[in-house]
Design a protein around this ligand. Structure first.
Ligand code: MG
Length: 262
């Protein structure tokens, strides 16, 4: 379950490239684009600009390079030409990338145009919850510490955490052991060891935590129709703390702001 230094270097390279995909998206006005247009743009960027492989295409029979989850869609939204992003929407774009046999996984919820305070607060709180989960990672801490930190922050802000989907180990395969739950008890579960690589990807709902899958077999929505947001990073346990492999340029100061040991 732990990676060797050479594998960690390759995972870091995949993570750096995937971060650059989000930096490209950060520069793109998404309003008026269909989620299929975004998918096609991201595929061109990964394949032609980065000379890498979109890892989700073909995995489990999926036909796209990203999941696009708008508003009450929790995760696994499928790109579509009829899904045109409107002023005030929130949309999670979840992307995986493989380079030299190693995979990185990250997602970010974007604000489309002008989003009202209700949506902005959910998105901001979800981002904070991800970073509180990251902050719980260091050698000797345990898996339950991540989930506890995330769910505590969500509940303090009146949100619920989706339980059905979790983070995961990652490497040559997109989904490896262990599972990373976004709820839990501190001091319980597997202890972290240097060289473990996994994702943390909390989904927070404004309403109840229960979800259902739509008839297409992919799209997961909140049962009560409430807004849902998600953020995800791929992280590696270091000798003294944690390294965020998919860290973007705009997040360079997060480690120091959150007082996280590298
Ligand atoms: Mg993932």
């Amino acid at each position: 379950m732990t990676k060797q230094p050479q594998e960690l270097a390759l995972l870091a390279e995949a993570g750096r490239l995937l971060a650059s995909v989000f930096e490209m998206l950060d520069r793109t006005p998404l309003i008026g684009m269909s989620t299929l247009q975004i998918d096609e743009m991201v595929e061109r960027f990964i394949v032609h600009d980065l000379q890498a492989r979109p890892a989700s295409k073909g995995q489990y029979g999926y036909g796209f390079v990203l999941n696009s989850s708008v508003n009450h869609v929790v995760c696994h939204g499928v790109p579509s030409p009829s899904d045109v992003l409107q002023d005030g929407d929130i949309v999670n774009l979840d992307i995986t990338l493989e380079k030299n046999g190693y995979i990185a996984d990250s997602s970010k919820t974007y604000l489309v145009g002008t989003v009202g305070p209700v949506g902005r607060k959910l998105v901001q709180t979800t981002y904070e919850a991800l970073w509180m989960g990251i902050r719980a990672v260091r050698p000797g801490a345990r898996l339950g510490d991540i989930g506890w930190a995330i769910e505590r922050h969500a509940k303090r802000n009146g949100y619920s955490v989706v339980h059905e989907y979790c983070g995961h180990g990652i490497g040559r395969e997109m989904h490896e052991e262990p599972q990373i739950l976004h709820f839990g008890k501190p001091g319980t579960g597997l202890p972290f060891r240097e060289g473990m690589v996994f994702t943390i990807e909390p989904m927070l709902n404004r309403g109840r935590r229960t979800v259902r899958t739509e008839d297409d077999g992919w799209t997961v929505v909140t049962r009560d129709g409430s807004l849902s947001a998600q953020f995800e990073h791929t992280v590696a346990v270091t000798a003294t703390g944690v390294s965020v492999l998919t860290l973007r340029h705009d997040e360079q100061d997060m480690m120091s702001r959150m007082k996280i040991a590298a």
